[in-house]
Design a protein. Structure first.
Length: 153
């Protein structure tokens, strides 16, 4: 079966979505998913992830240092099968950007995976504990996502 193409989206593409990308790639088997991440904002194009996301990922054995920030583009709505917004504001922005035929690909990440309409909160102005919270939410979501994707095959 072809890998499912998954895009994680947050605001800056330096804190939450690069961490989600790293976690999913780390926990999923190679042929299950193709993962990427992007931001709705363009302030961090070409930047590595935030050092606090790098640190929490490293703590759990995941290297995300090779990732670089990019902005969501029109082509993403064609290329990806599932596009996960980290919070409701990201989802609202994506809904405005995406053409009608791609609206079904857009989901709030924790709604699709855990089944709660909760945001993965923006940790940018938080301390390291904010990044731990984000890590656990993303890890739980990614684990449930993998279970769900494996049921397809
Ligand atoms: P992220 O966090 O959306 O999880 O990457 C942010 C990173 C940067 C900014 C906002 C949120 N910023 O305003 O630069």
């Amino acid at each position: 079966m072809k890998p499912v193409r998954i895009l994680f989206v947050c605001l800056g593409n330096i804190c939450r979505s690069p961490l989600a990308e790293g976690i999913l790639r780390h926990v999923a088997q190679d042929d299950l998913v193709d993962v990427d991440s992007a931001g709705t904002g363009g302030w961090h194009i070409g930047d590595p992830p935030d050092h606090r996301s790098i640190a929490v990922a490293r703590k759990y054995g995941i290297d995300i240092t090779g990732q670089r920030g990019r902005k969501v583009g029109a082509g993403d709505f064609e290329v990806f099968d599932l596009i996960f917004a980290m919070d409701r504001s990201n989802l609202a922005n994506l809904r405005k950007l995406a053409p009608p035929e791609a609206q079904h690909k857009l989901h709030l990440f924790l709604d699709y995976t855990v089944g709660t309409e909760r945001d993965v909160p923006d940790p940018y102005y938080e301390g390291p504990e904010g990044f731990e919270t984000v890590y656990s939410m993303l890890f739980e979501g990614c684990s449930l996502l993998i279970g769900r994707l494996e049921e397809r095959s």
